[in-house]
Design a protein around this ligand. Structure first.
Ligand SMILES: C[S@@+](CC[C@H](N)C(=O)[O-])C[C@H]1O[C@@H](n2cnc3c(N)ncnc32)[C@H](O)[C@@H]1O
Length: 267
């Protein structure tokens, strides 16, 4: 069952939210890495210097100072002009190999075919789109990939839904009250949570950006099939919580709110 149609994000992909001055500031203030990103840094430690890298949905540049110094060329793109202005202000003079451009991931015609060695779309930027738009992004990633290019992205995990929608006891009373409030809001804003559990994917109002953004949650086995349909191979999954590679059955049993996928394109 596909619930995507119930809560499909708008055709704009919530661009207005990512132009919001407060949202831009929050993203621009961040510079930490998530554990799977640290794992990837180590995994390709011998190769970075030869990579032409594309960072899609670069936001306020959280990942820039970790990746740009390592690679041959670093290209950050985002469909939010305000995010790109923030990145240019912060980084363009510090990294001579870096450029930042306004560009929609669904149509990246500013880049030629077979151009990049490593492409990243981190922190679930792909989840604010409709399922059809995700497909457009995968097609564009394939187009701009050199043979052997790696693609690394994250997407929400539908198996985490029961953990989100149910109240677990907390001994800290204040935390317990705020969790109850959060769960009640989630239940009020969405269809019955049990219907999500058997869905291949669903758009959920999960509280992100004060419930202004519907977020795509995907079954990991469905995500694998979708990547294979687009021509990706060598697909591996990384746990957000541990940063370690996990199997598909571990992903199905995990309460990781989102998972990272690493795959390659051989054409
Ligand atoms: C959750 S933020 C993550 C930002 C940054 N990668 C980080 O990890 O801090 C998602 C970003 O993806 C961008 N984005 C969403 N849809 C996009 C699209 N269709 N094309 C380009 N960027 C997009 C948003 O503007 C936003 O900056």
């Amino acid at each position: 069952m596909k619930l995507g149609s119930l809560y499909n994000s708008t055709a704009s992909g919530h661009r207005d939210v990512f132009e919001d001055v407060h949202v831009v500031k929050d993203y621009a203030d961040a510079s930490y890495l998530m554990k799977p990103e640290e794992s990837i840094l180590k995994l390709f430690s011998d190769e970075w210097k030869s990579f032409r890298m594309l960072d899609i949905g670069v936001g306020g540049g959280r990942t820039v100072s970790s990746f740009a110094p390592l690679v041959r060329e670093y290209h950050g793109v985002d469909f939010s002009e305000s995010m790109i202005v923030a990145c240019r202000d912060k980084f363009e003079t510090s990294f001579s190999n870096a450029s930042f451009n306004v560009c929609d991931a669904r149509q990246m015609s500013i880049y030629p075919a077979k151009h990049f060695d490593f492409i990243m779309f981190s922190f679930n930027g792909i989840d604010t789109m409709t399922f059809a738009d995700r497909s457009a992004v995968f097609n564009e990633v394939v187009r701009v990939s050199k043979p052997g290019c790696r693609f690394f992205f994250s997407t929400h995990n539908i198996h985490t839904v029961p953990c989100m929608f149910n109240i677990r006891m907390s001994w800290v009373i204040r935390m317990h009250l705020s969790k109850i409030r959060e769960v009640l809001l989630l239940r009020r804003m969405n269809p019955a949570w049990r219907s999500f559990v058997s869905a291949s994917y669903a758009h959920i109002l999960d509280g992100a950006h004060d419930f202004r953004v519907s977020v795509c949650y995907v079954r990991p086995d469905e995500q694998l099939k979708e990547l294979e349909r687009h021509g990706f191979s060598d697909i591996t999954i990384y746990s957000l919580v541990t940063g370690n590679m996990i199997s598909i059955s571990q992903a199905a049993g995990s309460c990781d709110p989102w998972l990272y996928y690493l795959c390659s394109i051989q054409k």
